[in-house]
Ligand binder design. Structure first.
Ligand SMILES: [Mn+2]
Length: 434
């Protein structure tokens, strides 16, 4: 129960900023609906249209080119929602890639969402594993307070989920946010959700055991039986693959968040769902912002020369307008990985008309280069190693080595902060900027 306490506390913290427009409205509308209208409304057959997207991962990717493409996918999706005149949009987690994302990307995304909201289209969302924070106010809370969207993750002190009601359509939404390391799993056994609207949507950010992709570990998923019963549409997120299973839908990412997502070469997009009474008619709306070409090479059993030749040969074709994904893997029989002419391949790809090259390298070599250094003290051994490895650049290499010798735990940093710090110091050492 300790975990649930944390969860309830943190959701109470997250709720606080919401006492602005959105929350009051829904409280007000509840009061109105609590009279006879409510019963009438719940009996009435409803007809409306909503969009369901997830895993936008805004701000993902180190390459600016890919970050921009990802943003474009989001902008196109929002445009499509406006074109199709949806009543509201539900976002099932991971709107942002990090809880404190790149502010340039955020600015553009917020402007786009504002344009949607200005047309009277509402946005409802839950946190995902990437944009959730346990004890601090994050960007989603800030934007929620500004009225850009409403968070659908409302739990009372008895662990009952409270609905957020979309006033215009009468649709009722409940949800359970995702957390890092799928920590939200245990809430499913504890939290109670009783759908009572004319049409009820359950939003969640967790994989389902019975229909999860192979790359999602069994232990990170919940059995389907743990989803609260009785909803008309289950709006899933977290799984980076499109899945449709009875009333449960995962749209997958709008673009993708890493090399694996991109190299899957799947159609990405979101659902637009027509509702008529309790009946649903979902349509997958593809969002395509790039023409990907995968060059997948396994160098196993080759020497570095053969690997280089094969690489250049495979890059030697018309790649006009393509975003090329170079996936290099396998274990070389002999020679070193550094001997593979990767920059030559990149040049070749760009000369053949490609827009951009994204590289994923996990090549290893069976040939071990053994360094033997002897000495009687640690300093002596270190000195000899630096001599062997760096020769004339020894002093500079040593300086870089000491600049980057940091202990993450000692510094008390998160992994991502630590990585940025290493990057910052490394770039600083060479007098470079990102
Ligand atoms: Mn995700």
């Amino acid at each position: 129960m300790k975990r649930l306490d944390d969860f309830l506390q943190s959701s109470a913290v997250h709720q606080e900023p919401d006492s602005g427009a959105g929350q009051e409205n829904s409280v007000k509308s509840r009061t109105v609906l609590d009279s006879t209208d409510k019963a009438e409304r719940r009996m009435k057959e409803v007809q409306f249209r909503f969009a369901h997207m997830a895993d936008c991962h805004l701000g993902a990717f180190r390459d600016e080119y890919l970050r921009e493409l990802n943003l474009q996918a989001f902008e196109r999706a929002i445009d499509a929602c406006i074109d199709r005149e949806v009543d509201f949009v539900v976002i099932s987690g991971d709107l942002f890639h990090r809880s404190f994302p790149d502010l340039g990307i955020t600015k553009s995304a917020v402007e786009k969402m504002k344009a949607l909201v200005d047309k009277g289209i509402r946005i409802y969302l839950i946190y995902g594993s990437h944009d959730y924070t346990a004890n601090t106010t994050n960007l989603i809370d800030v934007l929620g307070s500004a009225g850009l969207f409403q968070k659908v993750f409302v739990v009372d002190s008895e662990a009952n989920l409270s609905p957020v009601i979309d006033e215009d359509t009468g649709a009722e939404l409940m949800g359970i946010s995702g957390r890092t390391q799928a920590l939200e799993r245990e809430y499913y056994g504890i939290v109670k959700a009783v759908p009572q609207g004319a049409f009820n949507i359950f939003m969640f950010h967790t994989a389902i055991k019975e229909f999860r992709p192979e790359n999602v570990p069994q232990d990170d998923a919940i059995p389907e039986s743990l989803l609260p019963a009785g909803f008309d549409y289950y709006a899933g997120g977290h799984v980076h693959e499109r899945i449709e299973h009875e009333k449960t839908f995962f749209p997958g990412p709008l673009f993708g968040a890493d090399f694996r997502d991109l190299s899957a070469l799947e159609a990405r997009g979101f659902f637009v769902v027509d509702v008529d009474g309790k009946a649903i008619r979902p349509e997958f709306v593809p969002v395509r912002v790039a023409d990907f070409e995968l060059i997948d090479l396994d160098f196993s059993g080759m020497d570095s020369r053969e690997a280089s030749d094969l690489l250049l040969q495979r890059c030697g074709r018309d790649l006009a307008g393509k975003v090329v994904l170079l996936d290099l893997h396998g274990s070389l029989k002999s020679g070193s990985v550094a001997e593979i002419d990767v920059s030559g391949a990149k040049r070749e790809v760009l000369q053949n008309g490609a827009e951009f090259v994204v590289m994923n390298r996990s090549v290893t070599s069976e040939e071990r280069q053994t360094l033997i250094a002897s000495g009687s003290t640690r300093d002596e051994i270190e000195n000899k190693l630096f001599d062997d490895l760096f020769g004339n650049d020894k002093a500079r290499a040593r300086a870089l080595f000491s600049e980057l010798s940091m202990d993450q735990e000692e510094l008390g940093m998160s992994r991502s902060d630590f990585e940025s710090e290493v990057e910052r110091r490394g770039l600083g050492f060479f007098g470079l900027e990102e």
